[in-house]
Design a protein around this ligand. Sequence first.
Ligand SMILES: Cc1cc2nc3c(=O)[nH]c(=O)nc-3n(C[C@H](O)[C@H](O)[C@H](O)COP(=O)(O)O)c2cc1C
Length: 333
Amino acid sequence: MKTKMTELFDIKYPIQCGGMLWIGKPELAAAISNAGAMGNLTSGNYNSPDEFRAAVDKTFELTDKPFIVNITTMPSIRLPIELLQDFFRISCEKKVKAIEIAGAPVDKFLGPEFIPMAKEAGVKVLHKVGTVKHAVHAQKVGYDAVTVAGFEEGGFPHKDNVSTMVLVPRVAEEVDIPVIAAGGMADGKSLASALCLGADGIMMATRFLATKESGVHENIYSVLVEKNENDTSLNLQSLLSGFGLQVRALKNSIMKQVEDVEKQGGDLTSLLPLISGERAKKVWKEGNADEAMLTIGQSVGRIKDIPSVDELISRIVKEAEESLKKAFEKIAG
Ligand SMILES: Cc1cc2nc3c(=O)[nH]c(=O)nc-3n(C[C@H](O)[C@H](O)[C@H](O)COP(=O)(O)O)c2cc1C
């Protein structure tokens, strides 16, 4: 498979893993890259430049294939701007293949020198966007590609609630840089349809969470297989709409409490103990899915098994080709 995305990243298949806090570690990133797709090392897992540097080195030890580093550019007490700037600098020094920015644009949040720094190092920079306007800005300030995420996605979709089906072709019409479709992608049918919508490939996270190499607790795997497309909700608008965002997470007792606190006008102080990242870190390991905000997308409804990364990628590639062929056969009558 050859698209603008495989050429940009120098990978075999146009499939990328999205950033996943506590999950996107060297083992999963390398497994995905070794399978011919683009693994994601999520910098938010690390609390210092040294910890991050060691994770980058470990990923390079586990794979000689390209991988991407996610840097989430949102205000955070644990991850101050100076640390995010270090993550960016180290990624350039170590010459990872690409950096995926999610949140505020690099030029505004980290500084105008960062995109030129990446260009100098030969590192590609992508921005994950939820609006056409942000995609156009990314192209204008020199990003190499955009990941376009509809509001089906797990994590932090844009507050505008535009679906992947509409947002991807809209962005593809407006920019010339490669477009990667995200939000609701789960299989070969997703890849085939993304290509038809004008994208150059797909990015998925929830589907990669449901693979053997993600390393989550057995109970979480069962939840991922059992839950369906109605089992996530959009919350935290009271906290995040100022940043243009909201959260999509699994419906559970924590999110019910979040909803109640938001309805009663509760502020950050009352919400923080419920939504803290430390809770999620514990749940992925220990398996009580009711005890944290778990950022999972609607694509959970399309997950029926827990394959290895390698099985998943081969299946997606085969199914995408078959789906495109079937579509042709349909119209040929
Ligand atoms: C468990 C999990 C953790 C995530 N953590 C992050 C993160 O730290 N930074 C980020 O930019 N996006 C994060 N996301 C969002 C994904 O990178 C991606 O945008 C989204 O999940 C794609 O949609 P999908 O879930 O339908 O595949 C996370 C998603 C999941 C499922």
